[in-house]
Design a protein around this ligand. Structure first.
Ligand code: DGY
Length: 326
């Protein structure tokens, strides 16, 4: 009977898939709805065949060694997998899987929610109203920036970046992008996007939204040099991973008016928020909600379960990010 450890309660449909395939006794779910403590994680993984972690857990050599040599898969409950030491898993021949595809549209929706809300100062407006400060309609009250017909800059034109671009068509925007490599001209044409180098992306974007993945190359890809190269009217959006942005530099840029506003779903040291960012009225801050819809979170859990089932039944997990181990 294989042993599967799920580190946090997930949508029941996925847990049921595992139970139906194996047995109730096979599946152990950490019983409390909070971040599992490190010692509880090390304890929970002992002797397991499959681990289903979430992105708040660091899955490193210590966790893999605590699990033991029979660990056959780590099925992350996220599309990003920077919480997992992939090299260590690969050395141990453990496949790591993620949940691509299902959260693309949902995360693009959220990026657009932030674009609209940040440019139109929705967060500030709501705080102002609830504080009882609204006395009358006023010609100069909380003026934001138009979005339609502006230039949208996309940094990282992967699945989510492309989905964000598709939505921009409805706003009649010029869309420019930068990525480590230029995309297929057919995709560029379909999306109506133009490749530019990073300096041009910084100089020309009215709204700049990040959709690159996080790696050593993209750590602090946006710091003081980048913010000072942007338009003072620019709106900056991050829904990818916090450490892509140097938050100290971002807070300084927001305070100094080097850019006009920022909408952030992710942070360098989640859930800790940089104290200077908290002081910025022109920063809209939300708690990593990119994929947070009922439908998508259920699908993500089901994908993780599908990968575990495939692997433990001797098949190929469909979403393996280190396929060389298979
Ligand atoms: C992911 O899957 O990587 C997302 O950040 C979760 O919302």
């Amino acid at each position: 009977m294989p042993k599967i450890f799920v580190s946090r309660a997930l949508p029941q449909s996925a847990i049921q898939m595992l139970i139906d395939e194996f047995s109730q006794e096979s599946v152990s779910v950490f019983p409390e709805d909070r971040v599992i403590h490190r010692d509880e994680l090390l304890d929970g993984v002992r002797g397991i065949d499959a681990l289903l972690p979430i992105l708040t857990e660091t899955i490193d050599v210590e966790v893999m060694d605590a699990a033991g040599a029979q660990l056959k898969i780590i099925a992350n409950y996220a599309v990003g997998y920077n919480n997992i030491d992939i090299d260590a898993a690969t050395q141990r021949k453990i496949p790591v899987t993620n949940t691509p595809g299902v959260l693309t549209e949902t995360t693009a929706d959220l990026a657009w929610a932030l674009i609209l809300a940040t440019a139109r100062r929705i967060g500030e407006g709501e705080r102002y109203l609830r504080a009882g400060k609204w006395e009358s309609w006023a010609p100069q009250l909380l003026l934001g920036d138009d979005i339609h017909a502006k230039t949208l800059g996309i940094f990282g034109l992967g699945r989510i970046g492309a989905a964000v671009a598709r939505r921009a068509k409805g706003f009649n925007m010029r869309i420019i992008y930068n990525d480590s490599t230029r995309k297929d001209p057919a995709l560029e044409e379909e999306l109506g996007v133009t490749f530019v180098d990073k300096p041009a992306l910084l100089a020309e974007s009215d709204i700049l939204t990040l959709h690159c993945s996080f790696s050593d190359e993209t750590r602090h890809a946006f710091s003081s040099d980048e913010f000072s190269a942007m338009k003072s009217t620019a709106v900056f959006i991050n829904t990818t991973r916090g450490p892509v942005v140097d938050e100290t530099a971002l807070a300084l840029a927001l305070h100094a008016g080097e850019i006009t506003a920022a909408g952030l779903d992710v942070f360098e040291e989640e859930p800790k928020i940089h104290p200077e960012l908290l002081k910025c009225e022109n920063a809209l801050l939300i708690p990593h909600l990119g994929s947070a819809t009922k439908e998508t979170r259920a699908k993500m859990a089901e994908i993780a379960a599908t990968n575990i089932i495939a692997r433990l039944k001797g098949g190929t997990p469909p979403n393996c990010v280190n396929p060389e181990v298979l």
